[in-house]
Design a protein around this ligand. Structure first.
Ligand code: R5P
Length: 288
């Protein structure tokens, strides 16, 4: 069966690399707009009967979802047989419970919508906390890839005597894997979230940091508060080096510069979301 891989605008570079890795043709489409701002989409490749892969991370998801809905509907009308979404960052996974009366479980609603549009979804380290498995919320086949081996490789190559610090108990699943790949120690702190932009971090073990380079490891950097508070704590106990390594560079508002200003020695992320901090290329995860 003929296969095409299409890039959502902004994901051309990752799409080219994935297409090359798999020997698949890159599909051509125009993702334009009408003068009033509504989307004007056009598929130029002959896709009838073919299997389609679309590359699009779902950070800042709301506009992308509408455009992906229009695009997948168009592809179905053109007679494609299967549509897979490679979505290196899966949005809304942190809204996995009703936090305040009147709110909902957006992770579920979002998954339901994607399940209507796609036949299969492949993602990288989704934020699985109260939802243990994507099959609990998706009605389609899903596959989860892990960035840990690539993060270990980067840290091994670039950091002397690392000790990894995870900000909270949820992070243990990533931090322990990354530490195992390096063969270095790790510790996990206790985090209390006091609001969307406020967290409190308490480190459980400081002894493990002795003569080591602290590397903060997390799945997502969003407001940056988790990493900033950890850096401030490290400084208060005499550690002035802190390398921040994360999978997903969400970086809300001014958080990237705020994290730099807080004293991060280096900020390194995987290329699941296009960002200047991307240093770890995960293309190798997407071999079909
Ligand atoms: C939280 O549960 C995640 O694992 C991250 O620690 C969190 O998303 C980081 O958020 P922020 O950068 O806003 O502190």
């Amino acid at each position: 069966m003929k296969r095409f891989v299409f890039a959502y605008p902004g994901y051309e570079s990752l799409t080219e690399k994935i297409a090359q890795l798999n020997g698949i043709e890159v599909g051509t489409a125009h993702w334009g707009h009408f003068p009033d701002g509504e989307s004007k989409l056009k598929v130029l490749s002959n896709v009838q009967g073919s299997a389609i892969v679309i590359i699009c991370s779902l950070d800042r998801p709301d506009e992308k979802i509408t455009r992906l809905y229009l695009f997948t509907s168009l592809l179905r009308d053109l007679g494609v047989s299967k549509i897979t979404l490679i979505c290196p960052y899966l949005a809304y996974m942190r809204q996995d419970k009703v936090f305040e009366i009147g709110e909902g479980i957006s992770a579920r609603y979002h998954a339901k919508l994607l399940s209507l549009m796609f036949d299969e979804l492949i993602t990288v380290d989704p934020h699985l906390h109260r939802i243990a498995n994507l099959s609990e919320i998706f009605n389609i086949k899903t596959e989860v890839k892990h960035a840990a081996p690539f993060m270990s490789e980067w840290i091994l190559k670039h950091v002397k005597d690392p000790v990894l610090i995870g900000p909270d108990s949820e992070s243990e699943q990533w931090v322990s894997q990354v530490a195992k790949g390096i063969g270095c120690p790790f510790t996990v702190s206790e985090k209390t979230r006091l609001g969307d932009r406020e967290v409190k971090i308490v480190m459980k073990s400081e002894e493990v940091l002795k003569n080591k380079t602290p590397v903060l490891v997390d799945d997502i950097i969003s407001t940056g508060r988790t990493m900033i508070e950890t850096i401030l704590h490290l400084k208060s106990i005499g550690h002035h080096q802190a390398i921040c390594v994360a999978v997903h560079a969400v970086f809300a508002e001014q958080s990237y510069t705020q994290l730099q200003d807080a004293g991060a020695t280096e900020i390194v992320t995987c290329n699941t979301i296009v960002h200047p901090s991307n240093r770890i290329d995960l293309t190798g995860l997407f071999k079909f």
